[in-house]
Design a protein around this ligand. Sequence first.
Ligand code: 2IT
Length: 447
Amino acid sequence: MKTQVIMQQLAAKHPGEAEYLQAVQEVLESIEDVYNQHPEFEAAKIVEQMVEPDRIFTFRVNWVNDAGEVCNNLGYRVQFNSAIGPYKGGLRFHRAVTPSMLKFLGFEQTFKNALTTLPMGGAKGGSDFDPVGKSDAEIMRFCQAFMLELWQCIGPDQDVPAGDVGVGGREIGFLNGMYQKLARRYHTGVLTGKGMTWGGSILRPEATGFGALYFTQHLLHKAGKDIKGKKVAISGFGNVAWGAAIKATELGAKVVAISGPDGVCHIPEGITKPMIDYMLVMRASNRNRVQDMSDKFPESALFTAGKKAWSVPCDIALPCAFQNELSLDDAKELIANGCWCCCEVSNMGCQPDAIHHFQHNGILFAPGKAVNAGGVATSGLEMTQNAQHLNWKAEEVDQRLHQIMESIHEQCVRFGTQPDGHVDYVKGANIAGFMKVAQAMLEQGIV
Ligand code: 2IT
């Protein structure tokens, strides 16, 4: 395989799809050596098959806002790969959503889901609907209109959506309500991230952040380090940042920053329980402003407009917001301020040159598809509970999440250990995910 040749062909076929091409390039670069040792993959053109989604649904979503105006949005579901299980992945509601963004996320999801050890294929969906400033009633009407189109494409053994940026428990509730009404048959496991009284799994809301910290612990342990007493900078203040802040604090670290599109809150003494709880209020308000934290806690949270979390000195950086949120300049600033570890929690949170800079400077770095897989893994555990028609206790879910994150770390070490003994977590995660999906595709023939 020649990565460059495949990338050129792909770029010609999909001009302007920058995020998608970026995600594919990273994976192909990582797997090139391994791929070339498997002529059977080459013969079946596994890579050429794997980089294209199985199919994409695109639909128009019309709804009426509180002012009585008609609004038009686009909805999508990208069913990327179902070689190892039903399509599985979140829905993103964000004004910048495009097919390119959802293709990159669906592609990443395929490898991530393979790493979880659970039988789930990869998918992603969403809409360019912008939740900022919307009322609860508007969110409900939009979710209902969105599901009116989506419901035919999904099902417990077909495709199981969940939340992502802009889609949390409230939105999953509205989506599930409309789905059940349309299907006229109760399918408990058609969405994950459900409420606790209607089939949700305990700890699913926390799982992405908790899993990320469990992974970080393994990574630090392997490097002979400990998280206790370390300063952690977190970007964002949504669901993922919230779970990460809880677990980091519980493990004895000090969360010194959270951020938003408006700027950063520096929290010199470390985030507290009331502040962590307030992150949920901020998310539910749809204001998308981190300054609200310093308005509420002016003594402890110091807001600076226009700055990122990476401007706050820390030991460990945890990007928890959006793709490409950490640039080369940010990586340089972090290192200059003493940062020595970056675990990517957002999907593709770091720009490629930022990752290379971390790696060349000996910074411990692990990619999103390994670090954040605890979220979808716990979705998988929710599907299992739904299929069994029962609910596990928190201890059982947490223990399984622990085991899964440990296994993901082991897979990274197994496939990513370099001749000099250091672990390249990017390579490790990509090769481990790729080998599983490629093998599954090969065994099931050309379909
Ligand atoms: O990026 C992700 O892994 C998610 N948004 C969670 C997907 C899921 O199906 O739980």
